[in-house]
Design a protein around this ligand. Structure first.
Ligand SMILES: *Cc1c(COP(=O)(O)O)cnc(C)c1O
Length: 355
């Protein structure tokens, strides 16, 4: 740290992203990326950009083409959609814009919420999950503060039904209920359908997981047009060109190809359920994950040992040094071949441990 860093940032603990090691090729099951390439139309459109025109010029700061395409696919009006550089950025803008009376989120959830709260000097309270890792909606209903949670939650994968979300949002119209739906496409119903009747509900989404575009950095929010204008105000006050021209093109093409999107997510769901069955047969406890990952623990094996041994053998999974879940592993669903290799490797490791 230099002597120049402002006092208010000296104690900041940044978010620690999942490893992206460059030393060798791993089977990457640690950051919930898609194992499938982006839609064919995305690759084609990018290849057609070889003249460099899109890089020479500034991108459209209103992202109007993508906005139109996305709004229509989500079944909402254009003015209900905000687009930004990854949903992390959308969430940061939310913490910047809407949380001056404090914010609450689950104690076990996406680690970035706490980082944003600290960065934006927002008071926060962590609400413990129930023992089965589910969110207790009643804990949120009592609180007169901005509410943020991921649905399905990460890293648990558990889904909170829409009726509960509606109860939370309607219990406190003076504050936003922000639902981070990074994993909604893997088998759950989006809360976007509730935004029409709940003007304080904001739904955040991303192209990083179900649309195979983590590297493009495109995220969005859907909600009441006035809230969207607030987010635009923040965006145009710090980085109007926050989505690169190539990313806008990629995301637009990805939205257009509904068939490919459905094919990929259905395959992830299918493989997830297969891996879950296989792990259960081996004595692992898996939550009822509705995401593109499983959250698992074994009564006899130490999570850190499994994580390290898997890494030694070329398979990366995610483990969190957090009380209550330090023995758990979060395993991204890859291709069926990836997961076969994962299971085979896991079996080798546990055979060795038993010997
Ligand atoms: C992956 C993830 C994000 C971040 O997505 P980006 O759009 O890539 O920034 C946000 N929230 C949750 C819960 C996530 O898992």
């Amino acid at each position: 740290m230099s002597i120049y860093l402002n006092e208010k940032y000296r104690k900041l603990d940044p978010y620690i992203p999942g490893e992206q090691p460059q030393d060798k090729k791993y089977i990457k099951l640690n950051t919930n990326e898609s194992p499938f390439p982006p839609a064919p139309g995305v690759i084609e459109a990018l290849a057609n950009e070889s003249g460099g025109e899109k890089l020479r010029l500034y991108p459209d700061p209103s992202a109007s083409v993508l906005k139109k395409e996305l709004a229509s696919s989500l079944g909402v009006d254009d003015d209900m959609v905000f687009l930004s550089g990854g949903s992390d950025e959308v969430l940061d803008y939310c913490f910047t814009a809407f949380c001056e009376n404090g914010v609450i989120f689950p104690d076990i959830t996406y680690g970035f919420y706490e980082v944003f709260a600290n960065l934006r000097k927002v008071e926060f309270k962590k609400i413990p999950l129930l023992d089965d890792f589910s969110i207790n909606a009643n804990d949120y209903i009592k609180e007169k503060k901005t509410k943020v949670f991921a649905n399905p939650n990460a890293p648990t994968g558990l889904y909170l039904p829409l009726s509960k979300i509606e109860k939370i949002a309607s219990s406190d119209r003076e504050h936003l209920t922000i639902v981070d739906e990074a994993y909604i496409d893997f088998g759950c119903e989006s809360a976007i359908s509730l935004t029409a009747d709940n003007p304080n509900l904001l739904v955040v989404g991303t192209f990083s997981k179900s649309r195979s575009l983590a590297g493009a950095r495109v995220g969005y929010a859907v909600g009441n047009p006035d809230i969207i204008l607030d987010l635009e105000k923040i965006k145009f006050s710090c980085n109007p060109y926050n989505i690169s021209a190539l990313s806008l093109t990629a995301a637009t093409e990805a939205v257009k190809d509904k068939a490919y999107f459905d094919k990929c997510r259905n395959e992830i769901i299918r493989v997830r359920e297969w891996v879950k069955t296989e792990l259960s047969k081996r004595g692992y406890n898996c939550t009822d994950s509705k995401s593109n990952f499983l959250f698992v623990v074994h009564p006899d094996y130490d999570g850190k040992t499994l994580y390290l041994e898997l890494k030694n053998r070329g398979v990366l999974v995610r483990r969190f040094d957090i009380p209550k879940i330090e023995n758990h592993l979060r395993i991204t669903i890859g291709t069926k071949d990836d997961m076969k290799f994962f299971l085979k490797t896991l079996d080798e490791i546990t055979e060795e441990i038993k010997r």
